[in-house]
Design a protein around this ligand. Structure first.
Ligand SMILES: N[C@@H](CCC(=O)N[C@@H](CS)C(=O)NCC(=O)O)C(=O)O
Length: 217
């Protein structure tokens, strides 16, 4: 099966798919597009004009990062979901929950001023508090890597960068969330899912946006 991932280098949703592909040892090609100047062929295959899109055998198209991860999990060896049906459903629900946190985090990074940044951080904090209670540790389900880990790694990686740049003092209130990132960061799939100079690229991207966060990058 030929897999081609349509990507943008700094997109956390694309990163979810790459982590899953790497963890499953699936061969894939990457095609980058410019989100500021989307090509017509991309708009024709992506219903929302969003990345990631997975093209299968040059014909079928799968969109939505969580669905792409489920698909990759199904067509490759092994299963990155827990066996128990309730726990599987639970994991899927937390994957869906993570999407809003990714949006909260992006809104923090593009907020124009300190107040906008704080407001979004408080929203993210409420969600992080709920997430904290759901983590078994060190990874979401314990020792074994799951799709839910792939879904959250991009978010956690960006929080680790954010707290080096801006004051996120209350992030210390989430020890299991932080320990989760420590455990994830050791896996080769995580650095493998981003450009080598990821942090520099991320800083440059937001510096250009001249947001409150960007001004400190
Ligand atoms: N729910 C989608 C969200 C994907 C998404 O929002 N991707 C962003 C980039 S990170 C995008 O393509 N945005 C389109 C745009 O910027 O116009 C998923 O999980 O795949």
């Amino acid at each position: 099966m030929k897999l081609e991932l349509i990507s943008f280098p700094l997109c956390p949703f694309v990163q979810r798919s790459i982590i899953t592909l790497l963890e499953k040892g699936a061969a894939f090609e990457t095609t980058y597009i410019d989100l500021a100047d989307k090509p017509d062929w991309f708009l024709a295959i992506s219903p929302e004009g969003k990345v990631p899109v997975l093209r299968v055998d040059d014909s079928e198209v799968i969109f939505e990062s969580a669905v792409i991860s489920e698909f990759v999990n199904e067509v490759t060896e092994g299963d990155l979901h827990p066996e128990d049906p309730v726990r599987r459903a639970h994991n899927r629900a937390w994957i869906a929950f993570g999407e809003q946190l990714i949006f909260d985090q992006f809104q923090m990074m593009i907020a124009e001023d300190a107040k906008g940044f704080e407001d979004r951080w408080h929203q993210a904090e409420h969600r992080l508090a709920r997430l904290e209670e759901a983590i078994t540790g060190p990874l979401f389900n314990g020792e074994g890597f799951s799709l839910v880990d792939a879904a959250y790694a991009p978010l956690l990686q960006r929080f680790a960068i954010l707290e080096r740049i801006v004051d996120l003092s209350d992030y210390g209130d989430f020890p299991r969330v932080r320990a989760w990132w420590q455990a994830l960061a050791e896996r080769p799939s995580i650095p493998g899912s981003v450009p080598e100079d990821f942090e520099a690229q991320l800083r440059a991207y937001f510096r250009e946006k001249a947001s409150h966060f960007g001004q400190q990058c």
